[in-house]
Design a protein around this ligand. Structure first.
Ligand code: PDD
Length: 285
């Protein structure tokens, strides 16, 4: 039975209850994070908490927790749930009001919920051990504030479902100019002529922490050039490699987009080099 954190208490998941008037439930009015932890060591803890604070600032939720407070909750959840391969889900909603009224209420305490769930072991940089993704594509129909890691994920859920129901592992998204944005729950990249290219940070994508760590490590390493620029879907289909990244998966090679093989359906050499660099450096974040 997993032990979760809810508003100051640690308790079994089945005993954790929130009000149906919670604005997270009624409006998806909240911010969340997913922090990976391997054998008790979190990856990117500080940037994850910073991103959550940015999200709360953007939507006017005043929680005011320090990094230490979050760290204590994360460490307790790891201790109480076994320290294997875990993701820590952290969630702050605006809290439970007495009425359903769209405006931000005053004097309502945010609801803080956190739990740990098992994730696959961190990928190893080995072509024979990684399973490439087959992905679908879809016009990105989410909102224009995708930089906020909002708990209102119906747009992402519908995009993921679009791929899932045709047997795809993810759905790559593109805007009205046929430009790649990201995937339904991952950031997206192409590799062309040895250069790793990913769409720039703006309101169309989540500033992924895996993306941040990966680009920082690649730039410090210097052996693989990196560009942050607009990528068209024509470039995706013509790429030497396509990848997606997220906290629970690190770097995943994509071997097929809409049924068309990328790199003849083979895992690429640049993926191997990048995952090697990522695996070696990630615990420094
Ligand atoms: N998803 N883009 C979107 C839309 C995401 O939902 C995520 C993460 C990412 C990658 O961000 P990061 O590297 O910080 O995990 C990009 C999380 C894991 C989820 O919703 O489960």
């Amino acid at each position: 039975m997993s032990i979760v954190y809810l508003d100051g208490s640690y308790l079994p998941m089945a005993e954790a209850k929130i009000s149906p008037m919670d604005r997270g439930f009624l409006f998806g009015d909240g911010i969340y994070e997913v922090v990976p932890s391997y054998n008790g060591q979190m990856v990117g803890f500080a940037p994850h908490i910073d991103r959550m604070n940015n999200g709360m600032n953007a939507i006017g939720i005043e929680l005011g927790w320090s990094h230490q407070q979050w760290k204590a909750v994360c460490d307790s959840l790891i201790e109480k749930n076994g320290s294997g391969n875990l993701a820590l889900y952290l969630h702050v909603s605006r809290g439970a009001d007495t009425k359903r009224f769209h405006a931000y209420p005053e004097g309502v305490a945010p609801t803080v919920f956190a739990f740990a769930f098992e994730i696959p072991p961190a990928p190893v940089a080995d072509k024979s051990k990684v399973v490439g993704y087959k992905v679908a594509t879809s016009r990105d129909l989410r909102w224009e504030r995708c930089q906020i890691k909002s708990t209102a994920l119906l747009g992402n859920v519908m995009h993921f479902q679009h791929g899932y129901q045709q047997g795809a592992n993810e759905t790559l998204l593109y805007n009205e100019r046929n430009e790649l944005t990201e995937a339904s729950a991952c950031n997206a990249y192409i590799v062309k002529n040895g250069v790793v290219i990913t769409p720039p940070l703006d309101n169309q994508i989540l500033p992924g922490i895996t993306r941040y760590i990966l680009l920082d490590l690649l730039r410090k390493d210097g052996s693989i050039p990196v560009e942050e620029r607009t990528v068209t879907m024509d470039e995706v289909f013509d790429a030497d490699e396509v990848w997606v990244t997220s906290s629970s998966k690190e770097i995943v090679p994509v071997i097929e987009v809409d049924g068309k093989p990328i790199n003849n359906g083979e895992i690429g050499d640049v993926w191997l080099a990048a995952q090697t660099i990522y695996s070696a450096g990630k615990l420094n974040y």
